[in-house]
Design a protein around this ligand. Structure first.
Ligand SMILES: [Zn+2]
Length: 174
């Protein structure tokens, strides 16, 4: 890095210290020609997003992997491959727009779950039960309760739209 004063291309580092919990290195430099002193900052930077898994290891963000996860969750459900591609693209764009270059797998999982919940409740339950493993059964019951409450709401809307449906039809549809 050339000297800001005389543009000479060699400097000596006179002091180095880490800042921000090891995220940045601050270096005090002195120009070898004019002795002008200035500071440079180094921070980590790389182009590709990485994913931090639950075992603390990281791997490259893999869009295909996200898509496969969604495909498994929506198997035999009324969700088109176009919808799957769209969700995958949206999530990828959302992750790339974040400040972090390493994203926790749980952040991606939550984003997938959020979208599946909007388009297909069965796919959502499949996804979260596999993804989170439900170490806490109470948590799973909470999620189910929410879904059943939503279901009751949407089926009452459906009943209002189709007043000719008998009670028996409504039961067998569930
Ligand atoms: Zn200089």
């Amino acid at each position: 890095m050339n000297c800001p004063d005389c543009n000479h291309d060699t400097t000596s580092i006179v002091d180095t210290r880490q800042t921000e919990g090891g995220e940045t290195v601050r270096r005090r430099r002195e120009c070898n020609q004019c002795q002008f002193r200035y500071t440079t900052y180094e921070r980590k930077d790389w182009d590709q997003l990485r994913v931090k898994k639950s075992d603390e290891t990281t791997e490259l963000y893999d869009k295909q992997k996200i898509q496969r996860g969604i495909e498994l969750a929506v198997e035999k459900r009324p969700v088109s491959s176009g919808q799957i591609a769209e969700i995958t693209d949206e999530i990828t764009a959302e992750m790339k727009a974040r400040d972090e270059q390493i994203i926790g797998s749980e952040t991606i999982g939550a984003a997938v779950a959020e979208r599946l919940r909007e388009i297909d409740q069965v796919a959502f339950v499949r996804f979260v039960s596999v993804y989170r493993g439900y170490s806490d059964p109470a948590e799973f019951v909470d999620v189910l309760d929410e879904i059943l409450a939503d279901d009751a709401l949407s089926s009452s809307e459906t009943d209002a739209d189709h007043t000719h449906s008998s009670e028996a039809d409504t039961q067998s549809n569930r």
